[in-house]
Design a protein around this ligand. Structure first.
Ligand SMILES: [Zn+2]
Length: 451
């Protein structure tokens, strides 16, 4: 059984390698590398070209932009006149913001996000945009001296070994990319020791992880009074909390290179070797706006326009993340603008049945494919007890409830006691932030850190 599974996985990664790491990707990566120190005026010209091409696609494919006029110059200023849209618009005004019928094909690539509100959203992607995404990721890896073929370990949400598996391997070696994929669902005793030995033997140049999975690994290594040596840890897809950064840097004896991105692909900011976040100018057009939608140099919402997904361009798409522009140049010499890291709360970490921290990104998998949930919140309310609050949409049934509980047990932790509670609404915090994952257990040992 396991042999067959491994053969299938091998083929999958081989195919993925051919699709993502082909010569197109390599030449794009090279062009991105030659852009990163261009004078600002040249980056502006590049952005105007990319913006024009994405708005032309929007006009052709997205009904909401059919009447769009594109002036000969100053497109970026013209963009300010277009409405800011959000995830809610994509969910409730599908006819306007999805490609005109007939352009969506059965073989269209679909990206799913459950986002921080837990409401699933489907984005149609072009194959071209998938290759671009990989080129941008690899360019960031190159900032650490990584070259294709170097050893890379991955500890993200990939389903590497079934959660009920109790004997190794809790990893899979992807020969095509010299990549060791580790099962983040086994980051708990006794399996975690075997994972650590495997990482030691593999000696990766870099580890790709969620902040929370790297933190789980690092805090375990630290508690045991040991150390792992991994030159670079690339974190992303979740807020990286300063406390996590500290523990990861010291226990893994590493330099963290964090990045900020999202499934909608409207913004991509990458941390350089000087710890600054650079907004990649040729990835998308990023704005920061205040509550009224006006550009601001203060803290505001991140708004982005995609450049590379011509199947379903997103124009002025507002995220719930808040940040601000930073002035000045970076000592690394890259000319991409600087941004403050997006803020969040660490005390909301939830724990599994063995008392180990669980990555919110892994919890999001349990919600994928569930269609009738408008809002959700995952709360730890006791030792190994989770309460999942849902604001149900039309069509929510006992089957959806059961599927959610089953998903939590299958994908997150089989030992958790889970109860589903329907709510009329789930309020935001006083500062307007949505805490999708929240810890209300009074004896939460991690609560201490933040008091
Ligand atoms: Zn820099």
């Amino acid at each position: 059984m396991r042999d067959l599974r491994d053969i299938k996985k091998g083929l999958f990664f081989q195919l993925r390698h051919v699709v993502r790491n082909n010569w197109v990707c390599k030449s794009r990566m090279a062009s991105l590398q030659s852009n990163e120190r261009l004078p600002a005026a040249q980056l502006d010209i590049l952005q105007e070209q990319l913006l024009r091409s994405t708005l032309e696609s929007a006009r052709r494919r997205i009904p909401a932009y059919r009447a769009l006029r594109l002036p000969e110059r100053n497109l970026r200023r013209h963009l300010q006149e277009l409405p800011i849209i959000s995830k809610n618009d994509l969910l409730t005004r599908r006819r306007e913001f999805y490609p005109v019928p007939g352009l969506e094909r059965a073989w269209s690539i679909k990206g799913m996000t459950s986002g921080t509100t837990g409401t699933p959203l489907k984005i149609l992607r072009s194959l071209d945009s998938v290759i671009w995404e990989n080129a941008f990721l690899q360019r960031h890896w190159a900032w650490s001296g990584y070259k294709p073929g170097m050893r890379r370990a991955t500890l993200r949400g990939d389903a590497i070994a079934p959660v009920e598996q109790t004997s190794p391997p809790f990893w899979f070696f992807n020969r095509a990319d010299n990549q060791l994929l580790l099962s983040s669902r086994h980051l708990r005793p006794p399996y975690i020791d075997q994972i650590i030995s495997r990482i030691r033997a593999f000696r990766p140049h870099l580890l790709q992880a969620y902040p929370s999975t790297a933190f789980e690994l690092a805090s375990y290594v630290q508690r045991k009074g040991e150390r792992l040596d991994i030159p670079f840890v690339y974190t992303g897809s979740e807020m990286l909390y300063p406390y996590q950064r500290e523990v990861i840097s010291s226990a893994l004896n590493t330099r963290i290179m964090d990045f900020y991105g999202m499934a909608e692909r409207v913004a991509f900011a990458t941390e350089c070797e000087y710890g600054r976040y650079h907004v990649n100018s040729e990835y998308s057009y990023v704005e920061i706006v205040d509550d009224t939608g006006q550009a601001t140099r203060d803290e505001g919402y991140v708004v982005g326009t995609t450049f590379h997904n011509h199947t379903m361009p997103l124009v002025r798409y507002r995220l719930s993340d808040r940040s601000r522009w930073l002035d000045g140049a970076c000592p690394c010499g890259r000319t991409y603008p600087l941004i403050e890291p997006v803020a969040g709360k660490f005390e909301d970490v939830v724990l599994g049945s063995a008392g180990h921290p669980i990555s919110p990104s892994i919890v999001t998998f349990a919600f994928k494919g569930l269609q009738h949930i408008e809002k959700s919140q995952v709360a730890q309310v006791g030792d190994g007890v989770w309460e999942i609050r849902v604001v149900s949409g039309p069509g929510f049934t006992a089957e959806d409830r059961a599927a959610l509980v089953n998903n939590i047990h299958a994908m997150v932790d089989p030992g958790l006691a889970v109860r589903i509670v329907e709510r009329a609404d789930i309020p935001r915090t006083a500062s307007g932030k949505y805490r999708w994952v929240i810890n209300e257990w009074k004896s939460n040992p991690y609560g201490e850190i933040n008091r």
